[in-house]
Write a new protein. Structure first.
Length: 245
């Protein structure tokens, strides 16, 4: 279901937000059967958007985008550390959108019904603060839980909502600044030894024994809940490029 089409709040490029897993639940083992939401450039293949740097419209100042490049031997940005594999779900969703195979939620009530009685993942790809908050508020109005993360908390034109989204902190200084303002963070660390007393290890991570999944956990719901912040050890194909200090 298409739940938003319009300008990115980050740079004005045209973007689209698509919710999937509405009728058949996601098979993602880590996140569980949550509604997934994909934030994509409307008119640019997500691979090209990442390689060229046009993905600023959906990812903003996130350092995990990598470095834009024109190198012919690279399909994506250089030194990309994001764990999302673009040529899988994001590309498939973008192609399906361009085939005209998704319905549109015509108003806030229709958006609300997409998330009704379900848990929702804000930004399965892309940063939810690139999208007007009213979209997420509608989607979550009848839901029973959520996860969400943003790198845009300090960006004036982003619609960052601390009650909805965790601050993605890339180092301890960023995390401490967020904590001082009463916000909760999701921080990538090199090892479990790097954790702070204000943090707990992501229960769905390998290092925590994969005790649960995101759907059942519910800790990454922003500052709307009173709980410690979350830390996770760098993982995925780009982990070797991750900088956490």
């Amino acid at each position: 279901m298409i739940i938003y089409e319009g300008p990115s709040l980050l740079d004005g490029q045209q973007i689209v937000v698509i919710a999937t897993g509405i009728k058949s639940k996601s098979s993602n083992g880590k996140t569980g059967g949550m509604i997934q939401t994909w934030i994509l450039l409307r008119d640019i293949d997500p691979r090209e958007a990442n390689k060229s740097g046009a993905d600023y419209a959906i990812c903003g100042q996130c350092p995990h985008r990598g470095k834009a490049t024109t190198a012919l031997d690279k399909a994506l940005a250089a030194e990309r550390t994001c764990y999302v594999i673009i040529f899988q779900a994001p590309l498939n969703v973008w192609k399906t959108y361009h085939r005209g195979n998704y319905d549109r939620a015509v108003d806030s009530e229709a958006i609300a019904n997409v998330g009704k009685d379900r848990k929702v993942r804000l930004g399965s790809y892309g940063d939810p603060a690139a999208v007007p908050a009213y979209v997420w508020e509608a989607l979550l109005s009848k839901s029973i839980g959520r996860t969400g993360y943003s790198h845009q908390s300090g960006l004036d034109n982003a619609d960052f909502v601390a009650d909805i989204m965790m601050i993605s902190a890339d180092n301890m200084a960023m995390a401490q600044g967020a904590w001082a303002n009463g916000h909760r963070t999701f921080r990538v660390i090199d090892s479990v030894d790097d954790m702070d007393a204000n943090e707990v290890l992501c229960p769905a991570s390998k290092e925590a024994g994969e005790r649960t999944n995101c759907e059942n956990c519910g800790l990454c719901a922003g500052s709307s809940i009173k709980a410690k912040s979350i830390a996770i050890v760098a993982h995925g194909n780009g982990a070797k490029y991750a900088t956490t200090k």
